[in-house]
Write a protein that binds this ligand. Sequence first.
Ligand code: ZN
Length: 242
Amino acid sequence: MSGSARAFCGAGDTTRGFCRLLPSVLRQTVWRGNTMDRSVALTFDDGPHPIYTAQILDILRRHRTPATFFLLGRHVEQHPHLVRQMLANAHTVGNHSYGHRHLILAPQKLIRQEMVETSAAIERITGQKPRFFRPPRGLAGWKTLSLASQLGMRTVLWSLSTGDWKQPGTDHIVRRVLDRARNGTIVLLHDAKYDDPGEDRSQTVRALPEIIRGLRSRGYRLVTLPELILPQQAQEKKEPTL
Ligand SMILES: [Zn+2]
């Protein structure tokens, strides 16, 4: 727990319930993996998309590269064959809400519904409940964090945003990743747009082979999220609990 959270949690009885839960919820939230490992995780948000996700899966297969996809429940129901393909190719699948609503000020019932419906859609196809949740736009309040934790999911953000959704050019996306990647980096990419199936993601697709080759030439292993953060979980067990 940070110093400010520690100070707040010493404030009095009214904070006791919140503060009892805070360490466990924060432990469920991940921005990066173990900085001792020369590993990086590529993550793709907002899919699956019938064109771009299919192309990305093909590139990952050809380069024998595992990745993690944070899926929208609505898109999962539209393109279940792509989710099956992700599983068949040993990628990790996470929950990115059902419809990409703003959750930070949403009522608890709606947040739960967005999470539960997406996990159920993924489980119907893969037979497994997702273990990771990424809030839309990376914005999560206390309700979102604690609900994800209650539903057995770790909240995962990122440590390197490519800005690919702004379509800054393929070279820009590649350079940004190769210049900024460090041990344990979680890279944010997009294989779709949450509200526009016509949005162009071809820059992301074209950047991907260069990103993979560039990271490997710098000695990085490309891994899925569970592989990236498992050493971190082992470390956390050694930390004192408050
Ligand atoms: Zn998103």
